[in-house]
Design a protein. Sequence first.
Lengths: 328, 328
Amino acid sequence: MSVAETPKPRETGFRFERWAPLILLIGAFAIYVIVALATDQAQYLTFDNLIAILGRSIALGITAIGQTFVILVASIDLSVASLISATAVLASVVMDGSTAMILPAVLAAIALGGLVGLCNGVMVSSLNVNPLIATLGMSLIIQGCLSAFVSNFAGSVPESFQIFAYGEIGPFPLALLFLTGLAVLAWAVLRFTKFGSDIYAVGGNEEAARFAGIKTGRIVILSHVICSVCASIAGLYLASRLRSGAPWIGSDGVYDLESIAVVVIGGTVLAGGRGGIWGTMAGMLIFSLIDSVFNIAGVDSFAKQVLRGIIIIAAVAFYAIRSKRIVA
Amino acid sequence: MTGKDDTPGRRKGMRLPQINPVWILLAALVVAIIFMNPRFVEPTGYMNFLKRAAPLAILAAGQVYVIVSGGFDLSVGSIITLVVVGSSMLTNNDPTATYWVIPLMLGIGLGAGAVNGLIVCFLRVPSLIATLGMMITLNGLAFLWSGGAPRGYLPDTFRFFGRELIRDVPLVRFIPISVIVLVVVVGLLAWLMHRTNLGRHVHAIGDNPLAARLAGVHVNRVRITAFMISGLSAAIAGILLGGFAGVSTDVGTGYELQAITAAVLGGAQLLGGRGSVPAALGGALALTAIFTLLNVLGLPQPVRQVVQGLILIAAVALAMHRRKLTGT
């Protein structure tokens, strides 16, 4: 509120925001270990089991990586869930059990993702439609089109494509390695490329970024394309895992809201411009650890939902409570 | 749309009075419905239409408060579910229980809204996440309370508001109680928003919270009030819906998005500062009219979704376009 006479030395000392995701993650892990020991189920502490926990949240992780990009440019994408369903169905219908059609199916799914992302981005940046509304409308459109054609499992995925979800390299599942690779790639893009720093600039202050000569519209559109392509990869993964595409897998997994929650728990600010991929990955781990804690402790599935809602709010409050700005 | 007439030469001359486009849309839709189904002009036709629109209109009127104050309320759908499920559990087929259950339910709505507001104001969690968490929590509570499968009926005394009619009214033959509730609630909310200081404060904190605070507005108090009004309107909508829909755990699903859509159709500006209760009523009626029209045309559910998505995007894009032309 007051005009600072001298710029504060910001880089020195302990920066809470930077370490908060790690603190939350360590906390979640500690709770997991304590619950596993307290209920006398030490078998849940093995390496294999930890890998299995991670394996359950791969689709969420892939989606959340994309979501990080749009949230960093102060946008948001609610259409990922229905896009996941659409690409899963599209891919499995195109493949229809034949190995030869894998490549066309993957290309078609990614093209669909790119197209949806392009539409979202153009609506947000050129037509100035509020991103929440634009992507929500897009989500309704995709889901409507999808359920007009498909109402049950459609198509089938050939054995050779199921490797994506079930294959293993050494002790690690292939999909987990893929997720790690994607995260590293996303981190490198955000950290080392001009596009990455443009994203932070646009998210921090769009007007300032425009005056600085950044083509802000292009950055927003490209972020949306990245987000939607990530969602379509998640759709491909789910098709491979379920061996067929179903028009409800996206909305059943609540990937739209959960991916946003994961990103925000990972410390990326909804207003844009601050945050990063590793926070999102930490958020994903926190989510899957919490889920496993509930499973180990045998919490009733409805009570689980109640606790989940409270945890999302509490985790975000953990960062936000220290901020001085007025939120709405 | 009036932008082209705003050339300097014509500005002084004849100028159409400013009509919110939602009323034109509503009129066009009503004409289309009458054209398709002439019986709509009879009291049974339009009264049933109003009756069906009542919960959404009340919800939208409450949602406008939160939107104008700069936030979102995604929890209203789950409040509806909780109210319907909770009342069926509490009344337990006892007609006399209605008299304490209804005030209790209104209290639950107010309470949920107050918690939303407190989380946003004091834990500084963005309202999108706060009310999302609340939505997940309350849905879980509704499941937990009913054990997943709600049973029983609501007694007729409870269903009075949603189902009963006042017969032998001159001119229109009958008036559903829910339409009277609609008129009273929306009238009250419109008065509160457009004729009192509270309404001006809500607009002020949505437009510029900092300026509002410096001007002496109790930002937190006003924001919490806005969320409480939204919660209360959700509880009222829940009581109406309990009257004419059955008891299930997904009665409220999707209502939060429809309420936001209705408010936006009525010209409410997301992220605050602009919006009107009567226009939100118009938006809710228009949305219901669209659904009615699609029903009359015999189009299936998926098409409804697609159309809702397209309208949502088009309404906001048009509003942004108009704003750009008028330079505000």
